[in-house]
Design a protein around this ligand. Structure first.
Ligand SMILES: [Zn+2]
Length: 107
């Protein structure tokens, strides 16, 4: 048995290394995805996956986005298709805080 050491190309310095360190897993929507390796030297300073994208997103996002509004209309219909109960509109406003969704009754 003479297992060959796995040789991968470092995604950072582009050199092949026989001691690859998995630094990133890419999950493709249409395939099995692939792994990104770096050499030990680069892996130590490789930015953690995901966090970079989030930081970039935060850095490039405008400080104040215009709120997103979504208006839904609720009503009931009977089997004949006639509206039997109109519950008015509900306006959903997405604030800068992505977790805060304020519901406003517009009826
Ligand atoms: Zn490297």
């Amino acid at each position: 048995m003479n297992p060959r050491p796995p040789v991968r190309m470092c995604a950072r310095c582009q050199r092949t290394t026989d001691a690859p360190v998995l630094v990133h897993e890419v999950h493709a929507a249409t395939g099995p995805g692939f792994n990104v390796y770096a050499c030990g030297e680069c892996a130590a300073s490789y930015p953690p996956a995901g966090d970079v994208l989030e930081l970039l997103d935060l850095a490039t996002a405008p400080a104040r986005r215009s709120p997103s509004r979504l208006t839904l209309r609720f009503y009931k219909v009977n089997s004949d298709g006639d509206v039997i109960e109109d519950r008015g509109e509900v306006v959903i406003v997405a604030d800068d805080d992505l977790d805060a969704h304020r519901l406003q009754s517009g009826g």
